[in-house]
Design a binder for this molecule. Structure first.
Ligand code: NAD
Length: 278
């Protein structure tokens, strides 16, 4: 009989998530009986406490859970063991249940880093400009520094968010991050520009940076993936820049979570094909 894995996603408003189909298709392709539940608190009234949702899944024999907005930070209080990236970010997106214990991981961090390694292996990393220091920007900023960025310039419309991310990065790697006060100057100094704001999403068109500041010498990444080619990436491509879409992070976070849930390697190309078919 096939190996059985019960997993799921806890979040608020997750009906359109592409993560469940990636896991289900990969499980089926590997001959597993893998079931992926949507635990959408947006559909619950009243909304049970997170502790209760975690208990229920653990008691029901789940192999693990993905965790998304707005629970990635709150979940830490309910875990037994945190990976290094979870400790750094203060956020987890994956929980593994094993031997009665809960292990927290952040595969957004790994997913962005892996996407960058594969898509832009030669990206210059002396100085990179990061736009957006929210939940996803935290994973991206820490991952950029982990991947060797020496000087990370951080811009956020909310200066307190930019400062908080800079402080968080410098706590672990002193002196590597700074708040960029002047975007024009930051873009001129940066070799790479990464968007981690929601700007560019179908429902939020536009760019977080004046595209006139993008130069052909820049490499440009976006983590927005709907649409796959944002206005930022289109402008960068038109100038001849090397670019990276948000698909890499979205697919690789699922690849790593699948491996953590099942203990088996995932086929990243197959998961990407599922992602792109949605
Ligand atoms: P968030 O709301 O937590 O953070 C967004 C941050 O961007 C905020 O701090 C906000 O102040 C800042 N911001 C917004 N507009 C700005 C602008 N014009 N200039 C400068 N700063 C601006 O959101 P999040 O959870 O970090 O997600 C951001 C986006 O990343 C999402 O909308 C989603 O499209 C994308 N995302 C992609 C993946 C992936 O796997 N590819 C994963 C998570 C999120």
């Amino acid at each position: 009989s096939p190996r059985t894995f019960q997993v799921g996603l806890i979040g608020d408003g997750i009906q359109k998530s592409r993560t469940p189909p990636m896991h289900v298709a990969e499980g089926a392709a590997q001959g597993f009986d893998l079931c992926y539940d949507l635990i959408d608190t947006g559909t619950m009234d009243p909304v049970p406490p997170l502790a209760q949702l975690l208990d229920r899944a653990q008691d029901a024999g789940f192999a693990g859970l993905n965790i998304t907005f707005p629970y990635k930070k709150e979940v830490l209080a309910h875990l037994d063991t945190l990976s290094d990236s979870v400790t750094k970010l203060g956020a987890a997106n994956t929980v593994v249940f094993r031997d009665g214990k809960r292990f927290g991981h952040n595969t957004d961090f790994w997913g962005f880093a892996e996407g960058l390694r594969q898509r832009l292996p030669d990206a210059e990393k002396d100085c990179v400009l990061l736009l957006g220091a929210g939940g996803a920007g935290g994973a991206v900023g820490h991952a950029l520094v982990d991947q060797g960025v020496q000087r990370l310039l951080v811009v956020d419309r909310d200066p307190a968010m930019a400062q908080a991310l800079v402080d968080s990065i410098n706590r672990f790697t002193p002196g590597r991050a700074e708040v960029a006060r002047d975007v024009t100057q930051a873009a001129a100094q940066a070799q790479g520009i990464v968007n981690a704001t929601p700007m560019g999403m179908a429902k939020l068109p536009g760019t977080a940076i004046d595209t006139a500041l993008i130069d052909p010498r820049h490499w440009v990444g976006d983590i927005v993936y709907f649409p796959m080619e944002t206005a930022l990436l289109a402008a960068a491509r038109a100038k001849g820049c090397r670019t990276m879409s948000g698909a890499g992070m979205a697919v690789f976070q699922a690849v790593r979570a699948f491996e953590l849930f099942t203990g088996q390697p995932a086929d990243a190309a197959r998961m990407r094909a599922t992602f792109e078919s949605i």
